[in-house]
Design a binder for this molecule. Structure first.
Ligand code: ZN
Length: 155
């Protein structure tokens, strides 16, 4: 079988941030790296799960809701995939993710979709953990720009 494109990125050289991993027509796949790959520290499953609920809820209620295809965690627990369509620009995607992560960092109350009937593992949630990850990523993305979305970007 062929090696898929996302496995050809040198994961030992990656840092936290937001990157374009695929462009398929008007669909753009972003990799949002929240911990350093192979850094020995990974997103704990409960925090990542809560983060997913809040991330998806926020972007699907935003002005760009019709352009959001998918939000979901990476199996390696280093971050999230975020897919948009309809020529949503990189700058718009960065701004939306930044707003969303600020929302998560400050979120209080009941986690959306966390009732037993709504979720496949409703007891495995960690809101304080999700908020801490969001706050950390707000700092990482504070000055993120369009050109920095390229995996091989060199400042
Ligand atoms: Zn769930």
């Amino acid at each position: 079988m062929k090696t898929i494109a996302s496995f050809t990125v040198d994961h030992d050289k990656l840092e936290k941030g937001m990157y374009v991993s695929r462009v398929d027509g008007d669909v753009i796949t972003y990799d949002i790296r929240m911990v350093k790959p192979n850094g020995g520290v990974y997103l704990p499953s409960p925090a990542m799960h809560t983060f997913e609920h809040l991330f998806a809820t926020y972007v699907r209620n935003s002005a760009y809701s019709d352009q959001i295809i998918y939000v979901g965690p990476m199996g390696c627990r280093t971050g999230f995939y975020f897919l948009t369509r309809d020529a949503m620009s990189g700058e718009q995607a960065i701004a939306l993710v930044r707003e969303c992560f600020a929302f998560i960092a400050d979120f209080e109350g009941k986690i959306p979709g966390s009732e037993r009937k709504e979720c496949g593992n409703y007891l495995e949630h960690d809101l304080p953990g999700a908020k801490a990850t969001a706050a950390d990523m707000c700092k990482v993305l504070e000055h993120w720009t369009g050109p920095m979305l390229q995996y091989d970007y060199q400042a």
